[in-house]
Design a protein around this ligand. Structure first.
Ligand code: ASP
Length: 437
């Protein structure tokens, strides 16, 4: 049976729609635990804590929790081996090591450049539409800012001091460094290297088949995640922060559907419509898992097998992008900073906004591709311009849903930049790209 032929997108969309409906329906019957101020209590992962009952314990906290977690854990389980093996093969296939330098520089330049554009649009939009003016919210949800590490440490941490530690902790940048070094060493080692490389290439094929198998869980996993999110994220919070919510979503959509296609068309000379049709599953996975990291296997597979990008480029740019390229996150941070400043009645100067652009771009490098990581890094951005980090409590309630949308934008950015870099290096197979989906 050819598993790849199953019309997965259709089933995933059905899971998504059904999950949304069931979630909204179940949400009518869900009860939350409240704190002393009558605010909804949230756990360390920013999820609302449920009171007891059949819906809470058996459905949402039992069956659906199992279905959703099984799907996400299965995906995550593949990330480290897939990135490592695929990148070893990619690096070893580069006929000229200097290519790595040009691919690396172009990728970094585009990742940082697109993030700057994203956050600039976000700040300008927030200054025009003023989402934080006139907002009335009862009290702040509990938010204890987590200490973020100094920037220089982010760079030092790229070099692992223990290879196994890098794998066990899933440290993506460290794994990239080890894989690149090993790939280069395999080439330098001549015949010995060739034999080892053969093993890695076979393993890569096998892991890709595992990705296909795990994708079959997607419709169920997506259904479970959507039901949980929409049953527990009270719609009332969205109403209270409606302007902020809509503004973030609109800027995300502009970036995703105007900026990327323009760059793809102009710099990559590729048909954006075709590109979007081919990465639809990637966006759906990112949306429902809210994790760029967990989506890496799907992104890699779609870019290599459907878009036609060679493994040499994608195996490097995709894990790197999932780790350091977060345009959607930067958009949320831009709007949130202006929102909090307006809410707190603090005037920021032009220099402050420039600082926000620089810090948020750097913060996106340090933001992990996991749910809610963007909120943690928002602390760093706010601190730069002297805004109170506790005010993050204002937006926490609706961040889960925004996280889903921005993660879809984050992975779209990774895919678009990958295509542009691959095109400039002559590494896109036009025949594969032209094939219908
Ligand atoms: N969830 C986002 C991602 O994985 C990061 C964030 O903005 O929280 O890309």
């Amino acid at each position: 049976m050819d598993l790849a032929k199953i019309k997965l997108t259709r089933y995933i969309l059905i899971g998504l729609g059904l999950g949304l409906l069931c979630g909204l329906l179940l949400g009518q019957f869900v009860e939350f635990k409240l704190d002393d101020n009558g605010e909804i209590l949230r756990d360390s992962k920013n999820r609302a804590v449920l009171a007891n009952g059949f819906i809470e314990d058996v459905l949402l906290g039992g069956v659906l929790e199992f279905m959703g977690q099984a799907f996400i854990r299965a995906l995550k389980m593949l990330v480290v081996p897939l990135v490592f093996v695929s990148l070893v093969c990619g690096a070893a296939a580069l006929d000229d090591i200097r290519k790595l330098g040009s691919i690396g520089l172009k990728t970094l330049g585009l990742y940082l450049g697109t993030t700057c554009i994203a956050i600039s649009i976000a700040i300008v939009a927030a200054l025009i539409f003023k989402p934080g003016v006139g907002v009335e919210i009862g009290g702040l949800a509990e938010y204890t800012p987590m200490p973020s590490k100094p920037l220089i440490q982010v760079f030092i941490d790229i070099i692992p001091n223990n290879v196994f530690g890098a794998f066990v902790n899933g440290e993506m940048l460290q794994i990239i460094v080890v894989a690149l070094a090993l790939g280069i060493a395999l080439v330098l080692a001549g015949d010995h290297g060739k034999r080892v490389l053969g093993f890695f290439q076979d393993l890569n094929e096998v892991i890709m088949k595992l990705v296909v198998l795990i994708m079959l869980l997607a419709p169920f996993g997506v259904f479970a995640k959507m039901t949980q999110v929409f049953a527990t994220e009270g719609m009332d919070t969205i109403w209270a922060l409606f302007k902020y919510f809509v503004l973030v979503v609109v800027v995300l959509l502009i970036h995703g559907f105007v900026v990327y296609p323009s760059l793809l068309g102009i710099l990559g000379r590729m048909n954006p419509g075709k590109f979007f049709a081919k990465i639809r599953n990637v966006q759906l996975f990112a949306f429902s898992t809210a994790s760029s990291n967990a989506t890496i296997p799907i992104t890699l597979r779609a870019l290599e097998e459907k878009v036609g990008v060679s493994n040499k480029v994608a195996s490097f740019t995709v894990p790197l992008g999932a780790t350091i390229n977060m345009d959607g996150t930067a958009i949320m941070q831009g709007v949130a900073t202006v929102f909090i400043a307006q809410y707190a009645g603090i005037d920021l100067s032009i220099t402050d906004y420039l600082m926000v652009i620089v810090t948020a771009t750097l913060a996106s490098i340090g933001t992990a591709g996991v749910p809610s990581a963007g909120l943690v890094m928002l602390t760093m951005v706010l601190a730069q311009v002297g805004l109170p980090a506790e005010h993050i409590g204002l937006i926490i309630g609706i961040d889960r849903i925004l996280d889903m949308v921005r993660t879809a934008v984050n992975v779209t950015g990774d895919a678009a930049v990958t295509c542009i870099v691959a095109r400039s290096e002559g590494q896109v197979d036009q025949e594969v790209f032209d094939r219908s989906v």
